[in-house]
Design a binder for this molecule. Structure first.
Ligand SMILES: C[S@@+](CC[C@H](N)C(=O)[O-])C[C@H]1O[C@@H](n2cnc3c(N)ncnc32)[C@H](O)[C@@H]1O
Length: 541
């Protein structure tokens, strides 16, 4: 049973056999050390393993937990390393790492296993084990307020150490989530962190820590800027890497060798990928058909609702498993972000009363994006969400399969926010784009980009990197693609087709709330500039 303190301090002590195995690998990799620093040493297994491996090195450990500090000191005494070691009770966040690392001379090894907890988990339990409030990755706008601003404490600590090293020669060898190792490397590669060489060695976190997490030993040598790539080994004992990851433009790719072979398939995707509707209130908003005119919500309540604001809904597992006939409905309260939801009191009074009866659940939605919004507000909503045809993909499955989704009984099908899609007016367009996306070249290219062990394998950023035109050519669908592009340009003023980058097709339709709203399935000028910046293209003036 995890105690509150154990969670708040991300406390997963490394078993001694694993710490020894790590040190053996370090030695095999030629790592030597005059000074070993363990920033969050716990009861000292890494210090003990380092004492055994680097027999002449000085050992310095810190931990916030005084009991652990005492245990570590005893353990070091037992292996005869008391005289060359010091262990002190200290909060990582208040330690002067610049002075510590810059004034230490000799070959430096920073070794350990920083806490396994996120800032939001600490905040949720009103914990205080957090760095001073700072947006350390410099995120802006919505990204700063949603998932992207959530970070692991270990990510913060690793970046703190890289910054404090300021390019000083050292070896960093840390157990952490594989995603954290990648984030740290990305940060260092993009911010002059001077990583000379880096590698990741997967470990079995279930076996060693009882935690089903994708984890690894991150080994990085600092001191000079090296290649922006890292070999990934399947275990601590693997002789050869299974793959090489690396930085390509702004983003990391899982297989940099395959990526470089296929990089001509990357570019400015002409369409804007959308994420499904976000409401954060599935218990109330998602329903299944019960008896005629009645629907059952996820709380087990059967309610009588008007069908006007109910739309068929698919989720990521439906898309992954090919179940494209929806069995659920979602209550759609707005046509566009910011629409007035109170009109529902007149247009769909039963649905309005139903939502009102659960108002508290909506008000308790954790994300700050709902603050100051209309009651029952949605995100991931706009005219594009009402397009009759969609090409959709699960964001949570590693081998993406793109499904063509058509209207059901005249109503467009919605996806939830675990899915991404492109909206289309015509079935033929959707079918061709899905064929291009499911083609062998596209699958192979996607596999070079997608990392194993991440929750959200597919993201909008990743999908935007697909150059549909180049992929279509490679897949032997170039002629059909060019015909679609031509049709689209010709008819864009007449029929609201999917919008290409250089177009700005707009039309007026009646909104959910009864208002008239312009239809815009495509990308805004801002979207285009952002993506173009990312892939290094000129944007149309
Ligand atoms: C994942 S455990 C690993 C312990 C040790 N490094 C090992 O490998 O066994 C994380 C450790 O970080 C310590 N810790 C958590 N927050 C800390 C902080 N703010 N400053 C210093 N140590 C901290 C915990 O007490 C815990 O011992």
């Amino acid at each position: 049973m995890k105690t509150k303190a154990r969670i708040e301090f991300g406390d997963f002590q490394t078993p001694l056999p694993l710490a020894r195995e790590v040190c053996r690998r370090l030695r095999a990799e030629g790592v030597t050390a005059d000074v070993v620093i363990e920033p969050t040493c716990g009861c000292g297994t890494f210090l003990v393993a380092a004492a055994e491996t680097f027999t002449h090195s000085t050992l310095r450990g810190w931990d916030i937990n005084q009991t652990y500090v005492e245990e570590a000191a005893v353990a070091l005494k037992q292996v005869g390393a008391a005289k060359r070691s010091s262990v002190v009770s200290q909060d990582f966040f208040t330690h002067d790492w610049e002075t510590e690392l810059q004034t230490t001379s000799g070959r430096l090894l920073i070794l350990g296993n920083p806490p396994w907890v996120t800032n939001s988990a600490v905040s949720a339990m009103n914990g205080s084990n957090l760095p001073t409030k700072e947006n350390f990755l410099g995120l802006r706008g919505l990204a700063a307020r949603t998932g992207k601003s959530n970070f692991d404490i270990s990510e913060w600590m690793l970046i703190r150490l890289v910054r404090a090293l300021r390019g000083r020669e050292a070896t960093i060898a840390m157990l952490c989530k594989t995603a954290i190792a990648r984030k740290m490397l990305r940060y260092a590669w993009q911010n002059d962190g001077r990583i000379a060489k880096a590698a990741l060695y997967r470990i079995d976190a279930t076996e060693h820590f009882g935690a089903s997490i994708d984890a690894c030993l991150l080994l990085a040598r600092t001191g000079s800027a090296g290649p922006e790539t890292a070999d990934v080994f399947d275990s601590l004992s693997a002789a050869k890497p299974s793959v090489r990851m690396g930085l390509a433009g702004q983003d990391l790719v899982a297989d940099i060798v395959a990526y470089r072979r296929m990089r001509h398939l990357e570019g400015l995707c002409p369409f804007q990928w959308r994420s499904g509707v976000k409401h954060d209130c599935a218990g109330v908003m998602e329903l299944r058909s019960a008896k005629v005119g009645h629907f059952e919500n996820k709380l087990g309540e059967v309610v009588e609702l008007e069908t006007k604001n109910l739309y068929p809904l698919l989720k990521c597992t439906d898309l992954a498993n090919g179940h494209t006939i929806p069995e659920r409905f979602v209550v759609v309260t707005q046509r566009c972000v910011g629409d007035d939801t109170t009109v529902m009191a007149d247009t769909v009074p039963r649905t309005w009363r139903y939502l009102q009866s659960h108002r508290k659940k909506f008000e308790a939605r954790g994300s700050s994006i709902y603050k100051g919004r209309m009651p029952f507000a949605l995100f991931g909503i706009g005219d594009y969400a009402f397009a009759p045809w969609k090409v959709a993909v699960s964001g949570l499955h590693r081998a993406p399969t793109f499904r063509v989704i058509g209207p059901v009984k005249g109503k467009p099908v919605f996806m939830d926010d675990t899915c991404y899609y492109l909206p289309f007016e015509q079935e033929s367009q959707a079918r061709l784009v899905a064929e291009i996306l499911n083609s062998a070249p596209c699958r192979q290219f996607l596999q070079s980009l997608i990392f194993t062990g991440v929750k959200r394998s597919v993201t909008v950023d990743l999908l935007q990197r697909l150059n549909l035109s180049a992929i279509a050519e490679e897949a032997g669908l170039g002629k059909q693609w060019r015909a679609l592009e031509r049709t689209d340009y010709k008819t864009s003023q007449l029929v609201p087709q999917l919008q290409l980058v250089m177009e700005s097709a707009k039309r007026t339709v009646k909104g959910v709330s009864g208002k008239h709203a312009p239809v815009r399935y495509g990308r805004s000028d801002k979207d285009v500039t952002q993506v173009a910046d990312k892939v290094g293209l000129q944007t149309p003036k």
